[in-house]
Design a protein around this ligand. Sequence first.
Ligand code: ACO
Length: 432
Amino acid sequence: MTNETLPKTAKLTLGDHAIDLPVMVGTAGEVAIDIRQLRAKAGAITYDPGLGNTGACLSKITFLDGEQGVLRYAGYPIEELAKSSHFVEVMWLLLHQELPSAQQLAQFTHDITYHTMLHEDLKRLFSSLPKAGHPMAVCAAAVGALSTFYQTAGNQTHEQNWIDAIRLLAKMPTIAAYSYKHSIGQPFMYPRNDLSYAGNILHMMFATPCEAYEPNPIVARALDLLLILHADHEQNCSTSTVRTVGSSGANLFASVSAGISALWGPLHGGANQAVIEMLMSIRDGKRTAREFMELAKKKDSGVRLMGFGHRVYKNYDPRALILKQACYDVLGQLGKKDPLLDIAIELEQIALNDAYFVDRKLYPNVDFYSGIIYKALGIPVDMFTVYFAIGRMPGWISQWLEYQADPEARITRPRQVFMGATPRPYQPVEKR
Ligand code: ACO
């Protein structure tokens, strides 16, 4: 059906009651039925656990077509951005849905460079947490704590939101690096304003006060690529969380802190850590690749092929394609070999030729190959998801800002289909 032949309304019949629901079409052809009047007109709600059929907002930021394996930020294909852009420019693109002019880019780069320091008192928060705690928990706590240092957050004027956005983009690498330095008992390294965004992350992670440190440009460029690929992915679990928390009027820091927690889960961003642990377990002889794949197909085994499958992609995730090639490029440039890459390729080959995975349209997602690159760059395994969070920051912030500016936005409050007990009299404890 083309846009011209598409009916303007969809008819819903419930018993002898029929109602017309408006049909809307997105700029990339997505067809949606507007059900906002459904309950009022038909006395019924929709049932959609996991919200796989529910459009919760209108957005101009990111488009993805899961059937075709297409991803675009504000109209620009991810492949072109990965090849020709850089993370700071991509941040601006997501925030404004336009590429910056040279002057805008220079001003923006200056702003996020000069807000990188944390308040000295915030450092004590890191020191008060157990060293063995997961850095994602530490980052969620530190980002949430920013609201206590910037108490104007929550005024939510456009100007205030923009200042909060700049602060968060600038400070997230510092928070991430401090979470790592604390975990290994090294002194925190202050940010350096002469370095690039990625170079500064590497400096704060790996430099010590004892020696001069210069980030390796190959490592910095590879990291920049990873950050670009993670920068946004429309209404995924963590982004929906950020929008949902923001819908109550909570400030940006509180909303993003919740997003970090959502990203941590192994079914979402935490999969990058889970993938490398899975590959290591095969490398260390716990199981062969084939044995592992047999297990992943058994529902009751509790094992999944991590880094495979996606709610929206029913084709190769375009980010995984870019990252697979980047694995070869980065390992080659750094003169490294990693048997985990061979194991990943073997798992992928088995999956692409196995009816279980083919029939369910399960392909590698962004997390399947990213861990191999993080590992080659020297990033510790439990920091992988933190790096994902640094990359996703402009996406979360852009989506939060879009929600705040949306005249149709309402507090997020789904309904339910109640399946519990019907009314019954209370029984005192001695009679139960
Ligand atoms: N390994 C084995 N089987 C799988 C996998 C997998 N990785 N993923 C999905 N399946 C199977 C399911 O068991 C289900 O089988 P069934 O139809 O026989 O019941 C079918 O494929 C559909 O899977 P669902 O879980 O219903 O798909 P959903 O869209 O709800 O979940 C998810 C998507 C969570 C990503 C899932 O594919 C998964 O768990 N993958 C592994 C974890 C992972 O890599 N997560 C990162 C995703 S990317 C990101 O968030 C950044």
